[in-house]
Design a protein around this ligand. Structure first.
Ligand code: GUN
Ligand code: ZN
Length: 435
C-alpha cells in the first residue's frame, strides 16, 4: 500500500500517564522503542517501533527520535494572552499586581495591532514549550479573541479562548455594560466555537469585577450554548476572598457566588481554588466544574498552596496552568516542577505519573476532551511532544545516571524547560523543531 494521505511515523520512547492505578490513580505507561503512526491529524496506531514500521504505508515519512521521550502534547489550562509582556513584574500580591501591571497591559490591547502581534508571539512561545492545547483569557476587546483564534488556527493548535467580561471595579477604559459584553461574547461564539480545533470560553474575570446582572446573563448564555466553556478565577488569595465578601454580602462564600448564579456546571473552569473548604471541593466535583492548579503564579503572588490531595479526594477534575503573567514561565515542565514543590510542602509529594497526568490527561478531563487529547492512542488527535532529557550539560549528566524511564521523566520535569523540547506535533503536523 502506498501513502496517499498526510501520514508520518514517530519513533522513540513513548511515555504517558494513565488512570490505571488503584482508585484511578495515575501510573506511567512506557513503550521502549515505540512508535506513533499519524494520519490526517489523528493517531492511527501506537505500538512497538518494529510493528509500526512493518505496517506503515510505503513511503511514510519516518522521524526517528532514538531514545528521546515522546509524550502527549501539554495542556496549559489557564493562561492570559495580554499579560505576556508583564511576566515577572514585582507586584507583591494579587490585587496590587492587577492594578499596577495586568490592567495597564490589557489597556494596551485597545490597539488591534498590539493584540495581533502579541498573539503570534504568545502562541509560538506555547509551541516552543510543548503546549498543544491552551485555555486562554484575552482582554475585554473582542479583537483579542479574534486575533488569538486566527493565529491558533494557522498553527494547528487546539484553543479554548474568550474575551474578558468586566462590568465593574476595573479601569474605565476596560469597563463594558453587562449587555454589551454578553452581546459581543455571543457574536464571538457564533464566529469561532467549533471551527476546527477552536472552542469558546465565556470569561468573566472574577466575581469582584462582575455585577449580579452580568453573572446571571452569563449563565443564560451558557444555557443557550451548552458546549461552550465558562472560565474564571476562584479562591486565589485571602485579600481577594475578603473583597468578594464585601461585594457579594448575601452569598455564603466565594464558591457560592458562582453557584448561586448558575456558573458551577460541567465545562466550567476555575483557576486557583486554593482557599476552599473540603465541602466546597465536593460541591465543585459534583457539579462537574474543574479546578486549575497554577503553582508558579500562586508562589509568585504569595497566594497560597493548592491542596492537590484534598482536591483529588473530593473527586475534582484538575488541570495545570501556567497563569502567565502572574505565572512565571510558559514552560509546563517548569510549572510541573513547581507543582511538585508545592505538593512537597504539603507533605503529599506528587509522583512522576501524577505530574505528567496533570500536564496531559488531567487537563483533558478538566476540559471534557479526554476522548480527543491527553493520551497517545488510536483515534486521538495527534498532539505529541518530543523531550530531549540530554538537552543541557547538567541534564545530560543526570540522565546518564538514571536507572528507569520514570526517573528520567522526573529529572526532566524538574530540570527541564523549553531547551528540552526537541519537537512538537500539533494536529499531526510538526509545528516546532528545536534549532
Ligand atoms: N484574578 C482576577 N484576575 C486575575 C488575573 O489576571 N491573574 C490572576 N492570577 N488572578 C486573577
Ligand atoms: Zn489567571
Amino acid at each position: 500500500m502506498t501513502s496517499q494521505c498526510d501520514t508520518r511515523l514517530l519513533l522513540g520512547t513513548l511515555v504517558q500517564a494513565v488512570p490505571d492505578g488503584p482508585g484511578g490513580k495515575p501510573v506511567l505507561a512506557v513503550t521502549d522503542r515505540g512508535g506513533v503512526l499519524i494520519r490526517d491529524g489523528l493517531i492511527e496506531a501506537v505500538g512497538s517501533a518494529a510493528t509500526l514500521r512493518a505496517h506503515a504505508p510505503e513511503g511514510t515519512p519516518l522521524h526517528d527520535y532514538g531514545s528521546r521521550l515522546i509524550l502527549p502534547g501539554f495542556i496549559d489550562a489557564h493562561v492570559h494572552l495580554p499579560q505576556t509582556d508583564i511576566i515577572g513584574s514585582h507586584g507583591e500580591g494579587l490585587l496590587t499586581w492587577l492594578e499596577r501591571y495586568a490592567f495597564p497591559a490589557e489597556c494596551a490591547f485597545r490597539d488591534p495591532a498590539v493584540a495581533q502581534e502579541v498573539s503570534g508571539f504568545f502562541l509560538d512561545e506555547l509551541l516552543r514549550n510543548g503546549t498543544t492545547t491552551a485555555v486562554v483569557l484575552g482582554s475585554v476587546h473582542p479583537h483579542s479573541a479574534d486575533a488569538v483564534f486566527r493565529e491558533a488556527a494557522r498553527r494547528g493548535l487546539r484553543l479554548v479562548a474568550g474575551k474578558l467580561l468586566m462590568d465593574r471595579n476595573c479601569p474605565d477604559v476596560l469597563l463594558e455594560e453587562a449587555e454589551t459584553g454578553l452581546e459581543r461574547t455571543r457574536e464571538l461564539i457564533q464566529r469561532w466555537h467549533g471551527v476546527g480545533r477552536l472552542q469558546y470560553a465565556i470569561t468573566p474575570r472574577f466575581a469582584p469585577t462582575s455585577t449580579k446582572a452580568q453573572l446571571t446573563g452569563i449563565a443564560a448564555l451558557a444555557d443557550a450554548f451548552p458546549d461552550v466553556y465558562v472560565h474564571s478565577h476562584l479562591a486565589e488569595s485571602r485579600t481577594e476572598l475578603d473583597w468578594v465578601r464585601q461585594v457579594y454580602p448575601s452569598q455564603t462564600s466565594y464558591l457560592d457566588v458562582y453557584q448561586h448564579h448558575g456558573l458551577l456546571r460541567p465545562r466550567s473552569l476555575f483557576a486557583h481554588c486554593v482557599h476552599l473548604q473540603q465541602g466546597e471541593r465536593e460541591t465543585m466535583a459534583a457539579s462537574g466544574a474543574a479546578a486549575v492548579f497554577c503553582p508558579t503564579s500562586n508562589l509568585f503572588l504569595g497566594s497560597g498552596l493548592f491542596d492537590h490531595a484534598a482536591s483529588r479526594t473530593a473527586g475534582m477534575r484538575i488541570g495545570l496552568g501556567t497563569d502567565v503573567g502572574a505565572g512565571t514561565s510558559f514552560s509546563m515542565l517548569r510549572t510541573a516542577s513547581e507543582a511538585y514543590k508545592v505538593s512537597a510542602l504539603l507533605g503529599q509529594a506528587l509522583s512522576p505519573a501524577e505530574l505528567l497526568y496533570l500536564m496531559t490527561r488531567g487537563g483533558a478531563e478538566a476540559l471534557d476532551l479526554d476522548d480527543r487529547i491527553g493520551t497517545l492512542a488510536a483515534g486521538m488527535e495527534a498532539d505529541c511532544v518530543v523531550l530531549d532529557p540530554e538537552a543541557t550539560p547538567l541534564s545530560a549528566r543526570r540522565a546518564a545516571r538514571c536507572d528507569s524511564v520514570e526517573e528520567l521523566l522526573f529529572t526532566t520535569l524538574i530540570l527541564g524547560d523549553d531547551r528540552h523540547v526537541a519537537a512538537v506535533y500539533a494536529g499531526g503536523r510538526c509545528q516546532h523543531e528545536r534549532a
